[in-house]
Structure formats: structure tokens, C-alpha cells
Ligand binder design. Structure first.
Ligand code: NAD
Ligand code: UGA
Length: 469
């Protein structure tokens, strides 16, 4: 029986390994993590992440060929294939602060693998890492090898949160990069055999190590660039009377461009787009490619601009002040169908409104009060000026209440900001909401999900992204 061990039981490690276990009953999969609470949650009925379809997959294989454990060293020692799926955040201090990837967790995982291994291993980079990381990992492993042979593969993950299970069941492609030596090719084949249990052969691509590592950063940069492009257009639409939905529909009809990922929004969030583009920017700068670095940096600058523009629109529409006014925030997660708030645009929007002394009443179906309070009390990390942290005033945090119902959040509010496109926000009784609000009642739709005509008929003043007022 092939044994797989995955280091890191997070948003990627957990779902990815659960699907491998489901599709490959002949393989034993153990997911290990240093976080005891995370592993306890994976072993309970309350999984640590909300992801549609995940519960059923885990229930089907947990205890059979899928295990979650904190006994990291034992399971790493026993495995044939080790996936490393630890976090690789942006460095906040030291060389490259604000841009470079922090590989502390990756390096410590690699050193631990070298310490405990007693047999040959295939080590798979699942985390998103800078191009050439495999070279560094090879050095760490081979300098401590005690005669053990390691093959490093790059197998970046392309799943999106909220659709992780369907993305894993039916991936557009699986990418495997390895050394172009006979041993490297043999390792690629071993990993291909795992995915071949359910992924058609023509969707499993193999490349050299550096192409695989760079393709992951490139894919995220291209995706984020589409959103910043359409968001930049949304500003021009508002200035000219064009409607961004009509423009993106017309543009996306060109089969060379395609319709997906062209929804204008309050800005993209999530743990990866900003971090991975900054990582790409840093790599370009280190290679002396200033123009290329600046090109990609602009994708993030437009994203910051879009979030600021939204806050400014709220404040200027509400007679240039939101001081003391109750504003309902509908949605805090960075997208629907997840409870993840990492880099959610809601953080910057809420902080902007709190800076203008608004009182916020926040409702999200999947985000806990603790998480929201933690996110809003954290210092803002300014990637462009990493040394100047902006402390949050303790009084601001008192201006926030978190409630468990959209009607409660909007009661007596002067305005509503829709910041996540949860389906339930489309189905709310907006007449009932209007009647319970202060007048004039405003809706600022940061996700373009509201029926603008209907809301205006009810009496709301409505602002949507990139649409005529
Ligand atoms: P995460 O923070 O949810 O999970 C990482 C886990 O690794 C944590 O539970 C942490 O405790 C554990 N960990 C860290 N160091 C460890 C060590 N030495 N030993 C054992 N466990 C350790 O992160 P994530 O969202 O799953 O992302 C992981 C990687 O995958 C990142 O590089 C990310 O860029 C990439 N990625 C993420 C997504 C996504 O949708 N979240 C998609 C594709 C790729
Ligand atoms: C993204 C990529 O889509 C995945 O392929 C990749 O594996 C992952 O990053 C990663 O490396 O972490 P994710 O961040 O989970 O996945 O979610 P997306 O669906 O890409 O959404 C990211 C952000 O963009 C969200 O805030 C979303 O609301 C926003 N978005 C997306 C828009 O504003 N407009 C769109 O048209 C699409």
C-alpha cells in the first residue's frame, strides 16, 4: 500500500487529501499538523473549515484510509510520498518585507523531513512557493540525507475556496514539475499514478520544476489581473454612464477573452492573490526586471484603489459623514461559500468606515464574532510601506457589533453595504428592511447582486459598482 503523508491540515491540505483518499482506496493518507486544535477539529463533526461537500467526503473515508494526526514525525517517517502544504505568507519583517514569501514554515518542514526519514521519499511542493524553491529544499534535504534519496516535485494546487471539492473532483489540469533525470521522471510518474485514479490523462501536465513553480504564480496573477482590469473599467463606467455588467458581458463574449472572472466588485480578497503577486513582484525585482515588477504591482494598486473608492462613495453619498451613523455590513468573508476572512475587502472597507466614526453592525452567515473582532483589531499591514503599521484605535473596535441575522443588522441603519455575494442576500425582504431603517436609506452593493430597479422602487438610494446612479 502506498502511503501518503501531508504536512499542513489547512484549506488546501485537508480537502486535497480527503479527495485523494476518496478516489484512491488503495492509498493510505495521513494529514498531519502542529496545530492540535486543527487536528482535533478534523477528527470531529465540526470541521475546521466550511467548504460545500467537504463533510461528506471526509465522513466517507475518515478512519478507513484517511487519518488526521499531530504525530508529525512518525507519519512523515512512514510515508512514501510527502506533500508539504504549509502556509507561505508574505514576509512582514526583514529582507523583502511586504513582498517576499516567508518560507519559515516550509524550511522547518523540510528540516524535519530530513531529520526523521529512514527511507527514500518523494517530497511534493503543494504550497505556493517562489520559483526555485525546490532548489533550496533539495539543498536542505541532500545536506542532511544520511544516504537517503529524495526527489522533489512541484505540484501546485489550483482549487478555489467555496468550490474546492468540485475543483478537486474535476480539475482543469493537474500540474507536476520534476527533474528531467530518470529518477525525476520516475517520481513524476508515481504522482501521476495517484491522480490517474480520477483525472483524465490529458489533464495531467508534466513540466520541469521551475515551470511548475512559476505557472502557479502566473495563474494567480492572470486571474487577479482580470479582476483589476474590470474594476478599473468600473470606475470609468461610473464616470461615463456605461454599465460594467454590459461591458464585461460584451468583452467576455470574445472567445479569446472568455466570460469568467470578469465580475466587477469591491475588490478581490483571499489569502493568495495579493501574496502571490507580491511574491512575483519581488522575484522580478531580484532579477532586475523593474518594469515587469511595476506592471504586476499595478494589479494590487488598482485593488486597493477599488476598496478606497467604495469607502469614499459611501461617505460622500451620506452627506460627507458617517459619524455616529449605523451602517449594516452584509457579508464579511472574502467570497461566498467560505468562512475565510483572510485579506477580505470587508476588513479595509470596515476600517475605512470606522475611521470616519461609523457604527457597524456586521452579519455574515459563516464568520464568527471572534474572527471579525480579531480581524478589525489587527494592525493594518501596508505592503507598500511595510514599516509604517497603522495601529487601530481601541475605541474603533467598540463601534462594531456582530449579529446573527441580516434583519437585526439593518434595523435602524442609515445604510447597508453588501460586501460578500452570499445567495441569501439576494432573497432578503428588502421592503421589510427599508421600513425598519433610517431615511433616506442607502444600499451600497459591493458585489452587484441586488436588484437595483426593485430596490429603487421600494425607496432606497442605491449605489452599485460600475453602474449608472
Ligand atoms: P493554512 O494556513 O490554512 O494551512 C497551513 C497549515 O500548515 C496550518 O494548519 C499550519 O498549522 C500548518 N503548518 C505550518 N507549519 C507546519 C509544520 N512545520 N508542520 C506541520 N504543520 C505545519 O494555509 P492554506 O490556505 O491551506 O495554504 C497552504 C498553501 O497552499 C499556501 O502556500 C497557499 O498559498 C497555497 N494555496 C492555497 C489555496 C487556498 O485556496 N487557500 C489554494 C491554492 C494554493
Ligand atoms: C484563487 C484562484 O481562483 C485559485 O485558482 C487558486 O488556487 C487560489 O486563489 C489560491 O492560490 O489560493 P480563491 O482566492 O480561493 O482562489 O477564490 P477566487 O474565486 O479566485 O476569488 C478571489 C477573490 O476575487 C474573491 O474575493 C472574489 O470575490 C474575487 N472575484 C472573483 C471578483 O471580484 N470578481 C470575479 O470575477 C472573480
Amino acid at each position: 500500500m502506498v502511503k501518503i503523508c501531508c504536512i499542513g491540515a489547512g484549506y488546501v491540505g485537508g480537502p486535497t487529501m480527503a479527495v485523494i483518499a476518496l478516489k484512491c482506496p488503495s492509498i493510505e493518507v495521513v494529514v498531519v499538523d502542529i496545530s492540535v486544535s486543527r487536528i482535533m477539529a478534523w477528527n470531529s463533526d465540526q470541521l475546521p473549515i466550511y467548504e460545500p461537500g467537504l463533510d461528506e467526503v471526509v465522513k466517507q473515508c475518515r478512519g478507513k484510509n484517511l487519518f488526521f494526526s499531530t504525530d508529525v514525525e512518525r507519519h512523515v517517517a512512514e510515508a512514501d510520498i510527502i506533500f508539504v502544504s504549509v502556509n507561505t505568507p508574505t514576509k512582514t519583517r526583514g529582507l523583502g518585507a511586504g513582498k517576499a514569501a516567508d518560507l519559515t514554515y516550509w524550511e522547518s518542514a523540510a528540516r524535519m523531513i530530513a531529520d526523521v526519514s529512514k527511507s527514500n521519499k518523494i517530497v511534493v511542493e503543494k504550497s505556493t512557493v517562489p520559483v526555485k524553491t525546490a532548489e533550496a529544499i533539495e539543498k536542505i534535504l541532500s545536506h542532511n540525507s544520511k544516504g537517503i534519496k529524495y526527489q522533489i516535485l512541484s505540484n501546485p494546487e489550483f482549487l478555489a475556496e467555496g468550490t474546492a471539492i468540485q475543483d478537486l473532483f474535476n480539475p482543469d489540469r493537474v500540474l507536476i514539475g520534476g527533474r528531467e533525470t530518470p529518477e525525476g521522471q520516475k517520481a513524476i510518474q508515481a504522482l501521476k499514478n495517484v491522480y490517474a485514479h480520477w483525472v483524465p490523462e490529458d489533464r495531467i501536465l508534466s513540466t520541469n520544476l521551475w515551470s511548475a513553480e512559476l505557472s502557479k504564480l502566473a495563474a494567480n496573477a492572470f486571474l487577479a489581473q482580470r479582476i483589476s482590469s474590470v474594476n478599473a473599467m468600473s470606475a470609468l463606467c461610473e464616470a461615463t454612464g456605461a454599465d460594467v455588467s454590459q461591458v464585461s458581458h460584451a468583452v467576455g463574449k470574445d472567445t479569446r477573452i472568455g466570460p469568467k472572472f470578469l465580475n466587477a466588485s469591491v475588490g478581490f480578497g483571499g489569502s493568495c492573490f495579493q501574496k502571490d503577486i507580491l511574491n512575483l513582484v519581488y522575484i522580478c525585482e531580484c532579477n532586475g526586471l523593474t518594469e515587469v515588477a511595476n506592471y504586476w504591482k499595478q494589479v494590487i494598486k488598482v485593488n486597493d484603489y477599488q476598496k478606497n473608492r467604495f469607502v469614499n462613495r459611501v461617505v460622500s453619498s451620506m452627506f460627507n459623514t458617517v459619524s455616529g451613523k449605523k451602517i449594516a455590513i452584509l457579508g464579511f468573508a472574502f467570497k461566498k461559500d467560505t468562512g475565510d476572512t483572510r485579506e477580505t475587502p470587508a476588513i479595509d472597507v470596515c476600517k475605512g468606515l470606522l475611521g470616519d466614526k461609523a457604527h457597524l453592525s456586521i452579519y455574515d452567515p459563516q464568520v464568527t464574532e471572534d474572527q471579525i473582532q480579531r480581524d478589525l483589531s489587527m494592525n493594518k499591514f501596508d505592503w507598500d510601506h511595510p514599516i509604517h503599521l497603522q495601529p487601530m484605535s481601541p475605541t474603533s473596535v467598540k463601534q462594531v457589533s456582530v449579529v446573527w441575522d441580516a434583519y437585526e443588522a439593518t434595523k435602524d441603519a442609515h445604510g447597508i453595504c453588501i460586501l460578500t455575494e452570499w445567495d441569501e442576500f439576494k432573497k432578503l425582504d428588502y421592503k421589510k428592511i427599508f421600513d425598519s431603517m433610517q431615511k433616506p436609506a442607502f444600499v451600497f452593493d459591493g458585489r452587484n447582486i441586488a436588484n437595483v430597479e426593485k430596490l429603487r422602487e421600494i425607496g432606497f438610494i442605491v449605489y452599485s459598482i460600475g453602474k449608472p446612479l
